[in-house]
Design a protein around this ligand. Sequence first.
Ligand code: HEC
Ligand code: HEC
Ligand code: HEC
Ligand code: HEC
Ligand code: HEC
Ligand code: HEC
Ligand code: HEC
Ligand code: HEC
Ligand code: HEC
Ligand code: HEC
Length: 291
Amino acid sequence: MLAPMISWGQEYSRSGADSCMLCHGEGSQQPATAIFHTKHASQSDSKTPFSDLQCETCHGPSKEHARAQRRGRDGKPPVTFGFNAQTPAAEQNQVCLSCHASRGRLAWFGSAHEREDVSCASCHQVHAKRDRVFDSLAQMQTCFTCHPKKRSDMYKFSSHPLRFGSMACSDCHNPHDGNNDFLLQRSTVNLTCYICHAEKRGPFLWEHAPAAEDCTLCHQPHGSNHPSLLVKRPPLLCQQCHAPAGHPSVAYTSEEIDNNFNNRFLLGRSCLNCHSQVHGSNHPSGAKLNR
Ligand code: HEC
Ligand code: HEC
Ligand code: HEC
Ligand code: HEC
Ligand code: HEC
Ligand code: HEC
Ligand code: HEC
Ligand code: HEC
Ligand code: HEC
Ligand code: HEC
């Protein structure tokens, strides 16, 4: 027996899902038949809710609910799910975790989502043929309901291609894993970026310290109005750390080029006109990251 983890002091209905289908079948006001198309209803897997107490594995003993409804009285099952449900999030989640505490959810406890009482069901849809979290675009919309600022980031001039559905929030984040800062997929920001940008990992003959340390010193992973997801444009980007004294990087200088007060330290790609290997260089004389 898998359930019950929690004792509700109520009775289970005698004929399981069949007794629910009377009112939750196809065409009813609250149909619950889509679940039969999901892994939870798999007949061949002995670990699913349907191999046990069926609907009531998750919703708890619901005989009383069915009886009350038959008599036209109010009455809910002991466990209801979702954002606005009566059942507290921790209790809802305990039901899911009774089977899903392993694998990716070992560090659910202590994660930002657990601490803030986010329920499994505020992201997951159990009663859908396909849970929206497995579809990149639908997953992103789900995250936006609570993280609205990320929506505007994703539509900025420069962003990762999430809005085209070719990447998902879950490529960088594991929403269940409290082991890593910011629920990241890997233990540091850089290790997360290297999943896809392996060439930035090096090793480099001439390392650029900030690139080895933390990509977000220069990049905004979610979206930016500057090219290449930069937090600022050069020269300002570089001058956060490098004093402008070495190079004359002010708009008007005595340096005249082509009869114009063009400034090669500012125009075009600015500092990158010369220091193009800003992530590190493997050229024997690339110490100044310029080749
Ligand atoms: C006689 C009809 C009837 C039977 C039988 C019945 N239900 Fe319901 N159920 C309802 C109605 C009507 C509602 C909507 C109640 C409401 O909105 O207050 C409902 C609501 C629910 C809800 C949603 C509660 C919420 O607020 O989110 C769940 C879950 C549920 N039923 C599970 C079950 C399960 C499990 C069974 C079988 C053990 C079952 N029901 C049997 C009529 C029935
Ligand atoms: C794996 C756990 C699980 C099982 C098994 C399960 N439910 Fe649910 N039920 C949920 C969750 C979670 C929700 C919240 C909505 C969602 O996730 O789609 C829910 C919502 C509901 C609702 C509210 C209407 C709605 O769609 O929001 C009804 C009614 C319901 N379930 C009835 C049933 C019936 C009847 C069965 C058996 C055929 C059943 N449930 C089996 C977890 C489960
Ligand atoms: C009685 C055990 C049990 C309970 C309770 C349970 N699940 Fe599952 N769940 C399973 C099994 C078994 C599978 C299929 C095997 C797998 O993919 O791990 C599964 C699969 C899933 C999947 C993957 C579906 C897919 O298509 O790959 C998700 C997501 C999921 N469950 C979420 C939930 C949520 C959310 C709850 C609580 C509302 C819940 N489960 C409650 C046993 C359970
Ligand atoms: C903040 C949103 C969110 C919450 C809250 C959440 N999940 Fe998930 N879950 C996801 C996303 C997104 C994926 C898909 C990850 C992927 O594509 O690899 C997922 C995948 C899963 C899977 C299938 C893949 C796997 O890791 O085995 C299971 C099972 C699952 N979640 C269970 C749960 C349970 C149980 C809870 C509550 C304790 C929960 N989830 C809470 C977003 C969430
Ligand atoms: C039901 C609301 C809700 C949903 C849906 C939701 N989150 Fe969250 N999330 C929160 C809350 C609340 C916090 C904690 C406060 C904060 O940092 O904003 C949080 C925090 C986070 C954090 C920061 C963690 C930290 O350690 O600082 C990340 C990353 C995150 N969520 C990613 C996601 C992703 C990815 C999704 C979609 C798969 C998602 N969230 C869906 C409510 C939600
Ligand atoms: C390319 C990788 C990547 C993708 C894709 C990504 N994130 Fe993040 N996210 C990060 C990194 C790295 C951090 C921590 C450092 C930072 O914010 O600069 C973070 C931090 C967060 C935080 C907490 C701090 C903050 O900025 O509020 C939230 C919430 C968050 N992400 C939500 C999301 C959501 C929602 C999505 C999908 C729409 C998403 N992220 C997609 C890499 C990513
Ligand atoms: C799941 C794979 C993946 C991960 C993880 C990832 N990226 Fe990306 N990144 C991409 C893809 C795909 C593109 C788009 C490439 C293109 O448009 O040709 C991209 C593009 C970029 C760009 C160039 C954007 C532009 O507008 O030209 C930057 C900068 C970048 N990523 C930084 C990061 C950082 C920093 C991290 C870690 C926080 C990270 N990426 C993690 C896949 C990833
Ligand atoms: C010192 C600032 C800085 C740091 C730190 C940094 N970058 Fe960049 N990155 C840039 C600049 C500037 C550009 C634009 C280059 C150009 O226009 O040629 C760029 C461009 C990119 C691009 C797109 C063009 C390309 O070269 O593929 C990717 C991807 C990228 N960075 C990933 C990363 C990753 C991953 C990290 C962390 C390992 C990182 N960056 C750390 C400054 C930085
Ligand atoms: C977050 C701080 C930071 C940012 C932003 C930054 N750098 Fe650096 N940079 C460093 C540090 C630290 C070193 C290593 C200095 C040392 O070893 O003495 C370094 C080294 C260098 C060197 C080699 C200097 C030498 O003496 O060998 C060059 C060239 C350079 N950076 C150019 C740039 C350019 C161009 C940008 C903008 C695209 C930039 N840096 C942005 C921190 C930064
Ligand atoms: C026209 C080419 C050019 C441009 C543009 C340029 N640099 Fe340089 N930079 C160099 C050269 C060449 C050196 C090496 C000087 C030496 O070895 O004495 C250098 C050296 C440096 C050093 C190492 C410290 C030093 O003074 O030797 C830093 C840091 C640096 N540049 C930062 C920047 C920043 C920040 C910008 C943008 C404001 C920038 N550079 C724009 C050519 C350039």
